[in-house]
Structure formats: structure tokens, C-alpha cells
Design a binder for this molecule. Structure first.
Ligand code: PNS
Length: 173
């Protein structure tokens, strides 16, 4: 039984993430989607909301019975992958700069516990899509319905409105 760990912040899950998980499920018997804390980023959605959304989105796919969603918190990814018996960490790369960013992490993770990393080249349909850009577009009033799963749209709008209100932005009263 081969297991892949697909880690990410999923803040929020995009159609690019969804494509990656479905493709990982075609290569491995089981996939754990690990919702992690990226210490370099301040998330819009809290960890529970991100896990809930990823679960909801994946429940509607053909691979749902072979995919589970776990919260990884901010721990050491290589150790978590080894503890769950993952054959590989699977990540998507959209560009040469993604490969440059991922390569040292892949080497460090292999150094730490021997876990290998498989980089899947993003489908060109989603090569321009990142959670960061989705949040920026949505926060500026742009359309993101064709970039994220349907379940994300309302949650994202509500989270952005509440962050705007916290900051005293438009619509804050
Ligand atoms: O979706 P993101 O924000 O690009 O996901 C990045 C993430 C969380 C997968 C990445 O930051 C990560 O692998 N974090 C684990 C921290 C870790 O183990 N660091 C030490 C060796 S690289």
C-alpha cells in the first residue's frame, strides 16, 4: 500500500490544489492531504476552517475513499511524513521558481528522514493560480469562481469581509 502526503497551507484550497490531489491519487494507493501552518505566512482562514473546506471539497470527488485530510499544525514535515509511512511527499510546481523553491526543501526532507519528494508539473489551466493571488483578486472585487471550488467562494468572501471590518476598511460600519 503506497501513501503520498500532499502538504500545503490551503488558505484556501484552489482548483490547482484539487487537480494535484486527484493526480496524486492516480499514482499512490492512498493520499493524506496535510493542512499545515506555513510559518512564513499569516493565514486568512484558521486551521479548522481550512481543514473543513478541504474535506468538503474532496468529499465530492471520485477519489474521496482513498484520500484523508489531516491537520499537520506547524511541525516538521519530514518527521510527519515518516511517521505516517508516506512513500513520498507530493507537491505541485507551476514554474521554474517553484522548482527552485521546492528543491532545497525536498533535499532537506530527504536528509532528515529519507522521505522522497515527487514534484508534479501543474496543469497549464492552473499554472497561474495560487491561494495568495486568489485572495488578492477576491479582496479587490475580482471574480474567483473559476479558480476555486464552489464551496470556497462564500467562505472566502466572508473571511475577507471580516478581516476588512477588523481593519476598519470599507463596509466596517
Ligand atoms: O501551501 P504552502 O504555504 O506553499 O505550503 C508550504 C508548506 C507548509 C508545505 C511548507 O512550508 C512546509 O513544508 N512546511 C514544513 C516545515 C518544515 O518541515 N520545514 C523544515 C524543512 S523544509
Amino acid at each position: 500500500m503506497s501513501l503520498a502526503l500532499c502538504p500545503g497551507s490551503f488558505d484556501p484550497i484552489t482548483l490547482g490544489h484539487l487537480d494535484l490531489v486527484v493526480r496524486a491519487a492516480a499514482l499512490f494507493d492512498e493520499v493524506v492531504v496535510g493542512v499545515a501552518t506555513n510559518h512564513a505566512k499569516r493565514p486568512l482562514l484558521d486551521a479548522d476552517a481550512r481543514v473543513r473546506l478541504v474535506r468538503e471539497v474532496l468529499a465530492g470527488t471520485d477519489v474521496a475513499d482513498r484520500v484523508r485530510v489531516e491537520s499537520l499544525g506547524g511541525g516538521l514535515l519530514a518527521r510527519q511524513a515518516a511517521e505516517m509511512g508516506a512513500a513520498a511527499v507530493v507537491k505541485g510546481v507551476r514554474s521554474a521558481s517553484d522548482v527552485e523553491h521546492e528543491s532545497p526543501m525536498a533535499l532537506m526532507n530527504r536528509h532528515l528522514t529519507g522521505v522522497e519528494t515527487v514534484l508534479l508539473v501543474a496543469d497549464p489551466r492552473w499554472a497561474h493560480v495560487s491561494s495568495t493571488m486568489v485572495k488578492e483578486v477576491a479582496s479587490l472585487g475580482g471574480e474567483v469562481r473559476d479558480l476555486v471550488p464552489a464551496a470556497v467562494v462564500e467562505v472566502l468572501a466572508a473571511a475577507l469581509a471580516s478581516r476588512g471590518a477588523e481593519r476598519g476598511g470599507p463596509g466596517s460600519g
